[in-house]
Design a protein around this ligand. Sequence first.
Ligand SMILES: [Zn+2]
Length: 247
Amino acid sequence: MDRPSFKEFDQSFAQFAREQGFRRTELTDLPTGALVAYVRDAEGAGVERSVYISAGIHGDEPAGPLALSELMRKGSFSRNVNWTLLPLLNPDGWQTGTRENAQGIDLNRDFFSFAASETQAVAQWIPQRAPFDLYLSLHEDWESSGFYLYEINACAAASLSATILQAVAGIIPIEPQGIVDGHKLCAPGLILHPPRPDEPDCWPEAIFHADLYSLHSYTFESPSSLPLAQRIAAQVTAVKAAVQGFG
Ligand SMILES: [Zn+2]
């Protein structure tokens, strides 16, 4: 399975989102194309929750954006949630297949300095939609052999990690133990992370959100060495399990 070009991805995602009643907002224009957000608010009365999902902040991690596209195509975003989706945060990196943006900036370490136009645009726009009850970000890892996740739980809500990992385990191996990405797994597939950055000036997107408001945050990491279709299926399953578990 090959990944589409940015233009192909953007056009098909836009069409699926239109069919599902999402509103498209272009946050900033880049050489490859626009950095786009999609939003849709809950319909009718009842319990409303706000969920934020981002993907593609690293251009060499295609499973996340393609998983969100699959969820959109199938109409999997339920009607009782206020959704905020940033399906492909790094269009230039996607186009070249690189982790960083066109200026060589790792956007997921730029949420303190805001040197990149991508992170500036996101930070300016986010207050229109924040706060979120649940934050999900979809990543991949070249060094792990199994799926794992980061949990930031700054609101003392019941953890969803076991539910998510159990669902994903049916599709893809879970990273069993040891150190991944400089962090020790405290259980198979699970890194519990404080709502603080590892390095003072290099804030990831998740820490930016955790600093703005008290939230429940999961960052998914699928192993890049496995077939893309399997990684997409794992990310789709993880998102569904998190949102269902949250409800
Ligand atoms: Zn990543």
